[in-house]
Design a protein. Structure first.
Ligand SMILES: [Zn+2]
Ligand SMILES: [Zn+2]
Length: 398
């Protein structure tokens, strides 16, 4: 079995770093993590050159990249986007649906299944698909954001049962205030999904009911979610708690931030980190198809009928001047979080690896540099630019 040793770098563990550490893998798995020691001559050495040796990133919320949106509904689009994200350090990915017709969402899930099957025969080509994030279409009407409003609706059991029955949905979003949300959450729970509430204007009481049905996560904190003032508009007085208070008060709730520097100012990233901690806060890209593409106009969602946005090379903009999700990979999020908050390197990397793995139930396979886990390993320079990626023990060709 082929052995690889990563040496001469700072090894990032979930709770500490090892200076001048070493990580060895054999076949697809990690077999040792510790201080550097002498190695047999037949081991392939990857020299981190004084940089960082970290676990591969895991992205819970991502729409596309390299010109492709997962909602395009073809295996080629799925593979293009997953290939682009792997170059940015994402080794495990949850392709994410948006609003659209039932046919478009079915096609998206099917294309992910076909792509995952094809990728299993082409190791180290693209980020590993760990499941689909069923995100749209069950958004609240007043919190649709940049998603196509025609493709939004309340959950319909005959519709979402088809999605769950394919066995690929691992993360399931529904706005808690929609009629039928409880039935949706129950089915998501039966399918062992991370259950999340997003694009929602729900009240504290609606969140509590959702929590009782198994909801444990809220999508992109502060974006397209309720606040005390928004609930006051909806329900008048007395003022009521919103999604924000519910997430901040409950130890069992996790959330995520889009740390691209355009969605949230540094103090909000710091606030989310301090309130929730690295074990309950995930970094997500929420990246659209404009990743690694020239500035210009693109469609968010399906290539034929998605909403138009403009990429200026920093972020996506909707025609009305609001944000239309990010255009950068997880490596950018990690660098920005490191620059902008008091989180340690271990904590920043944890938010992009072990925490999302734990929340989705895959932490026994990946998410940290631990013996027995898949050798999903990144080498980064000191500025946290990705220089080498290893997926399941296979080096990714540049
Ligand atoms: Zn969103
Ligand atoms: Zn999104």
């Amino acid at each position: 079995m082929k052995s690889i040793a990563f040496v001469n770098g700072t090894v990032v563990l979930p709770d500490r770093v090892l200076d001048d550490g070493m990580v060895c893998c054999e076949g697809s798995k990690i077999v040792s993590v510790g201080q550097r020691e002498s190695l047999p001559s037949d081991v392939e050495i990857i020299d981190a050159k004084g940089g960082v040796i970290a676990p591969g990133f895991i992205d819970l919320h991502v729409h596309g990249g390299a010109g492709a949106d997962f909602m395009d509904g073809t295996p080629e689009a799925v593979i293009s986007a997953c290939t682009a994200h792997l170059r940015h350090g994402t080794t495990t990915i949850f392709p994410t649906t948006t609003t659209g017709s039932s046919q478009q969402i079915s096609d998206m899930i099917k294309s992910c299944a076909v792509a995952a099957q094809q990728l299993s025969k082409q190791p180290a080509k693209a980020a590993r698909i760990a499941g689909v994030h069923l995100y749209g279409p069950y958004f609240a009407e007043d919190k649709v954001g940049c998603h196509a409003p025609d493709g939004r609706r309340s959950p319909i059991v005959s519709e979402f049962q088809k999605y769950f029955d394919r066995g690929l949905v691992r993360i399931a979003t529904c706005a808690a205030e929609l009629p039928g949300a409880d039935v949706f959450y129950n089915m998501a729970r039966q399918h062992n999904c991370l259950i999340t509430c997003g694009h929602s204007n729900s009240t504290w009481n609606e969140m509590q009911a959702a929590f009782d049905a198994g909801m444990r996560h809220v999508d992109h904190f502060w974006c397209a979610m309720s606040s005390v003032p928004s609930i006051r508009q909806r329900c008048h007085v007395p003022m009521q708690g919103s999604m924000a208070e519910f997430v901040l008060m409950s130890i069992d709730m996790s959330t995520e931030v889009i740390a691209d520097g355009w969605h949230l100012a540094p103090e909000l990233l710091e606030f989310a980190f301090r309130m929730k901690g690295a074990e309950r806060l995930c970094l997500v890209t929420d990246c659209n198809r404009a990743l690694d593409m020239p500035n210009g106009e693109y469609r968010f969602g399906n290539a034929a009928d998605g909403t138009i946005f403009r990429s200026d090379g920093n972020v996506g903009w909707a025609p009305n001047g609001s944000l239309a999700s990010s255009i950068v990979g997880m490596d950018s999020m990690v660098r920005h979080m490191q620059r902008s908050t008091s989180a340690s390197l271990s904590q920043v990397i944890r938010m992009a690896s072990l925490t999302p793995a734990e929340r989705t139930g895959i932490a026994d396979q990946t998410g940290s540099l631990d013996v027995g886990k898949l050798a999903d390993i990144l080498v980064m320079d000191r500025e946290l630019n990705v220089v080498d990626v290893c997926l399941g023990g296979q080096r990714v060709s540049a």
